[in-house]
Design a protein. Structure first.
Length: 166
């Protein structure tokens, strides 16, 4: 029953030992514990601040990425439209060039055909004229072998020439 009714000496020594332990703890241990807690608190605060900044940066990057994706899509669509217009322009210019070249070829062919036709007609006329001259010459020789016929033909030619001049 001594513990239930402690003596004055026991209370004194317990109080003294508690005071020494309390003094040692407050002098050496509590500052270290409080410093560690303060460092930990600052670390947690810094980590939370860094996480908040990282979250803001991620949101900024996401909005930047969305903006860049939108711009890339718009640019891609513009490039596709431009390529379509360019394709149509190339096709149209190729058609126009083909039409112009075809017309030039046709015109050139027509000119060559016309020249060949004119040359053939000219050659045919020359041959017909040569043949006519030869036939006329042979006929005249046969007809003009007599002097009276020569004189009559000469008179007729002179009168025809006079009629044409008048």
């Amino acid at each position: 029953m001594e513990l239930v009714n402690p003596g004055v000496g026991l209370i004194f020594w317990m109080t003294l030992s508690f005071g020494i332990v309390l003094f040692l703890l407050s002098k050496f241990v509590w500052p270290m514990i409080l410093g560690s807690l303060k460092e930990r608190e600052e670390g947690i605060t810094n980590s939370l601040e860094a996480a908040k900044q990282a979250r803001e940066e991620i949101q900024n990057l996401q909005s930047n990425n969305e903006q860049l994706l939108k711009e890339a899509r718009d640019e891609r669509e513009e490039l596709i439209r431009e390529a379509g217009r360019l394709k149509d322009d190339l096709i149209n210019s190729a058609k126009v060039e083909a039409d112009v070249e075809a017309k030039q070829i046709i015109d050139s062919a027509k000119a060559v055909i016309e020249q060949e036709k004119s040359a053939a007609l000219s050659e045919l006329k020359n041959k017909v004229a040569d043949l006519s001259i030869e036939i006329a010459e042979k006929l005249l020789r046969a007809e003009l072998s007599v002097d009276k016929k020569q004189k009559g033909l000469m008179d007729k030619l002179i009168s025809d020439a006079d009629n044409q001049l008048n």
